[in-house]
Design a protein around this ligand. Structure first.
Ligand SMILES: *[C@@H]1O[C@H](CO)[C@@H](O)[C@H](O)[C@H]1NC(C)=O
Length: 249
């Protein structure tokens, strides 16, 4: 009996250790090389061990929307609810976002820049993303203040938000002050906020700085309307980047 339980433990340990090692490999290697080596290795990569921290950002930038959809489905199925970080760009529609919310209840870091998601889907499913502490919704041009409010109300431990735009996304857009207001009113625990290229005014940024007491770093490079001298005077402890620096998004 004892012998047997020892064996089981050892096997589990070995799997965990292999999982940790495999996570260092590229996605390509994990998916196509490792499974062919031997049965135990193949079992490790088809289990949840490797899929807790999943970054397919680069891959997704050059993949089709169908490929992104099937990859996210496969990865979340493998992680069996244990995924803590998902980083993928260009989610093609609301249904994939809803799928993520339904299948990744442990998510702490969600980075989905350039995704085609809507305010209403965020309002519908944000309650299932309650553990998220770091959110990147940069260049998601179809969402606005409503989605930010829903994220803030449901992700109560949110400490970092990236909402960085690109000059190309801003055609026809005149003001993001409503988004700044949603951030100020609903994300009180923020420590680190990136707002590159947002059309916001000094007043809107003041509201954020007043209401988010834990804010340490405010990156507003290329937010040209903001008078940072006023801000620097009033909030001496806050590290401010921009607006007059070049930024990438
Ligand atoms: C969402 O996008 C995927 C991938 O392009 C597509 O297969 C699916 O049908 C789309 N779903 C809806 C509801 O549009």
């Amino acid at each position: 009996m004892e012998e047997c339980s020892k064996n089981i433990c050892w096997e589990d340990l070995q799997r965990d250790a292999l999982g940790i090692i495999f996570c260092k490999l590229s996605l390509q290697e994990i998916l196509s090389v490792v499974p062919g080596v031997c049965k135990p290795w193949s079992e490790v990569v088809s289990g949840s061990y490797c899929w807790q921290d999943t970054d397919i950002q680069e891959w997704s930038q050059q993949s089709t929307t169908d490929q992104i959809t099937s990859m996210v489905h496969m990865l979340l199925a493998r992680s069996a609810g244990s995924c803590r970080r998902l980083s993928v760009s260009r989610l093609p529609n609301d249904s994939l976002f809803a799928f993520i919310a339904d299948h990744a209840k442990s998510l702490e870091t969600l980075e989905i820049p350039r995704s085609e998601i809507s305010d209403s889907i965020v309002e519908d499913v944000a309650q299932r993303l309650s553990k998220v502490t770091f959110l990147d919704v940069s260049r998601c041009t179809k969402i606005g203040a409503r989605a930010l409010e829903a994220f803030g109300k449901n992700c109560k431990c949110l400490v970092r938000l990236r909402r960085v735009m690109h000059p190309m996304d801003l055609v026809g857009k005149v003001c993001h002050n409503d988004e700044a207001h949603a951030i100020a009113c609903n994300m009180p625990k923020l420590c680190h906020l990136d707002l590159g290229y947002m059309f916001i005014t000094t007043k809107a940024v003041f509201e954020i700085a007043f209401k988010c007491h834990d804010l340490k770093l405010l990156d507003m490079r290329c937010c040209w309307d903001v008078d940072d001298n006023l801000l620097r005077e009033k909030f001496a402890g806050l590290k401010i980047l921009g607006p007059r620096v070049y930024c990438r998004s």
